[in-house]
Design a protein around this ligand. Structure first.
Ligand code: NAP
Length: 315
């Protein structure tokens, strides 16, 4: 990674130019750097990483209706474009939302990729209603890596949905994950944690599988006996093994499913998450804050894979 000076781009008709106040990092940022997504990403060099920005609008495109210079916002930028890890970033109007003064730039910057992924996994395949309606059926959820960026939002959102939440994390984070609302917490290095066994014997209707696909990854044979009859694993980092399980389960019409999920950003969902933070119903837990001039320190922390909550960079 190098610090470079590049010209600030003029926003196109449906874009806004944001002076960034806080940026959050995600594992996808360094996966792109490692070349995992080649030849699709990055599209061109130099590639400026990061997609999650909060800041103030300084210029708007000719077709922009909802924002003006001076507005405080949070935005999610496509991985295809990137550009977040900078003093100025361009975002689409449709993926930019207003940030009320009650929500700090740091709290807002944590939300986009991690918060939207947790929201989509729960409200999409897992079928959780975040207003707490359960339609008479209490849903049991397992969140793996509940101390991480996605996981810590997933636990909080799942509790807003009135579900029973079991969560896995490292020993040092057991109290932290309980404080997010998890009903049962498993240390992922103990035998019960390795087996993903709920302390109360509950079977999971949905697993929000946030743990990274690092070796050794958690195999289907560990998930399967812990699932309810129609239970599913929503896999956020599906590798070839997970894709094979997905295909095999479909072919054999298995009632238990592995669902590979890739987040698709929606402005209205980001707006919903910002509102929850404003109302005190959701919080962004900040692992560490690094100045942009030392962005490589935050980058190394993310690469290490042991963040508790979100890593924030500030210009
Ligand atoms: N599909 C999508 O659209 C999508 C979107 C966003 C993210 N993702 C993926 O989701 C994964 C998680 O992202 P993230 O931002 O939450 O990562 P993260 O914040 O870097 O996750 C770090 C946390 O994971 C914990 N952890 C690591 N291995 C664990 C295990 N086996 N069991 C329990 N906890 C474990 C670590 O705890 P310790 O320090 O105690 O080890 C640490 O607190 C990444 O692979 C990311 O690429 C996918």
């Amino acid at each position: 990674m190098q610090h470079v000076e590049v010209p600030v781009r003029v926003p196109k008709e449906n874009e806004v130019l944001i002076r960034t106040e806080a940026i959050s990092l995600n594992p996808m940022d360094w996966r792109i750097q490692k070349g995992v997504t080649r030849p699709v990403l990055p599209r061109k060099f130099p590639h400026i990483p990061a997609t999650d920005v909060a800041g103030e609008i300084v210029e708007v495109g000719t077709e922009v209706k909802n924002f003006k210079p001076g507005d405080k916002v949070v935005a999610v930028i496509s991985h295809f474009v990137g550009g977040g890890l900078a003093e100025f970033a361009i975002a689409k109007e449709s993926l930019t939302v207003a940030r009320p003064h009650e929500v700090s730039a740091r709290e807002a910057a944590g939300l986009p990729l991690a918060g939207l992924t947790a929201h989509q996994a729960l409200t999409g395949p897992a079928g959780v209603k975040l207003d707490g309606r359960t339609d008479g059926h209490p849903i049991n959820i397992l969140v793996t890596a509940a101390s991480g960026g996605v996981g810590h939002y997933a636990v909080q959102l799942a509790k807003l949905g009135n579900t029973h939440v079991t969560a896995t994390c490292g020993a040092r984070n057991l109290d932290f994950v309980k404080s997010l609302g998890a009903d049962e917490v498993l240390d992922y290095k103990t035998p019960d944690g390795v087996a993903l066994r709920s302390p109360s014997g509950k079977k999971y209707d949905a697993v929000i599988h946030c743990a990274m696909n690092r070796i050794p990854c958690i195999p289907w044979s560990t998930f399967e006996p812990n699932l309810s009859d129609n239970g599913m694993v929503i896999h956020l980092s599906p590798g070839p093994r997970a894709m094979w399980t997905f295909a095999l389960n479909k072919l054999t019409c298995s009632r238990k499913q592995l669902v590979p999920m890739f987040m698709s950003s929606k402005g209205e969902n980001l707006e919903f998450l910002v509102r929850l933070v404003k109302e005190g119903k959701l919080k962004t837990v900040i692992d560490s804050v690094h100045p942009l001039s030392r962005a490589e320190d935050g980058w190394a922390k993310s690469l290490d894979g042991h963040a508790t909550g979100k890593i924030i960079i500030e210009p």
